[in-house]
Design a protein around this ligand. Structure first.
Ligand code: GRF
Length: 222
């Protein structure tokens, strides 16, 4: 059993994913603890959730830095100072540069609200509706230099309903999928079950031919 992992979560928004990760750490599902929540803006509600849970927070405003590299360097320095093993992007609205991604390669995860490789980028729920997709969902993936393009670990799907709006679809993806698959992926990586090797995802040493599907798990997180 590896030592308890030191986890940092990067946020910009509401923090519903963060809350699910906090809950999973608190009830022992994760072999680790969240040591730092770092916000790209001081007024992110997610930072309040972290403070309420007694977790150290920091805000780093990108506009205070001359360029993206200096922002990334400050971010990496804050994470290293907290002796972070794992970094989870949870609604973090800044694009991270190649140097940052390389520094944290294999220990940097993101959650994206679509069934990647469909709909990378922004406004995923609107685009799924506009495309007439029958299914939509969310994906947890390793972060590489390609935006929303790193190897996928786990996905969960919802059926798109004819009456769905962007908001109802977003809400279902969040409540039914996101808050389940992110704690699950964190549990695996914190236990040492998950690794990124030569661009491929290994689960317990075996390459994943395709992302795991929430519905196929024998004992999925609830
Ligand atoms: C989530 O939908 C996440 O997938 C996306 O941004 C949203 C963040 O929501 N990257 P929250 O801050 O976790 O509530």
């Amino acid at each position: 059993m590896p030592e308890a992992r030191r986890i940092a979560v990067l946020v910009s928004g509401q923090g519903r994913n963060l809350q699910a990760l906090i809950a999973a750490c608190a009830d022992g599902r994760i072999a680790g603890r969240i040591v730092l929540v770092l916000g790209s803006r001081a007024d992110a509600p997610a930072l309040d959730r972290a403070r309420t849970a007694g977790i150290e927070t920091r805000a780093l405003d990108h506009s205070a830095f001359a360029d993206r590299e200096r922002f990334d360097d400050a971010l990496a320095a804050a994470l290293d100072a907290a002796q972070t093993d794992l970094v989870l992007l949870a609604g973090f609205m800044r694009i991270l540069g190649a140097g940052f991604v390389r520094h944290f390669a294999g220990r940097l995860l993101n959650i994206h609200p679509s069934l990647l490789p469909r709909h990378p980028g922004l406004h995923t729920h609107r685009r799924a509706l506009e495309a007439g997709d029958a299914e939509h969902g969310a994906t947890v993936h390793f972060v590489t230099e390609e935006l929303d393009g790193g190897p996928s670990i786990i996905q969960g799907r919802v059926r798109v309903r004819t009456e769905d709006t962007e908001d109802t679809l977003a809400e279902r993806v969040m409540q039914d999928i996101e808050v389940r698959i992110y704690p699950q992926a964190l549990a695996w990586i914190a236990r040492g079950d998950l690794a990124l090797r030569e661009g491929r995802v290994l689960l317990r040493g075996k390459p994943l031919p395709a992302p795991l599907q929430l519905d196929d798990l024998e004992a999925p997180f609830r």
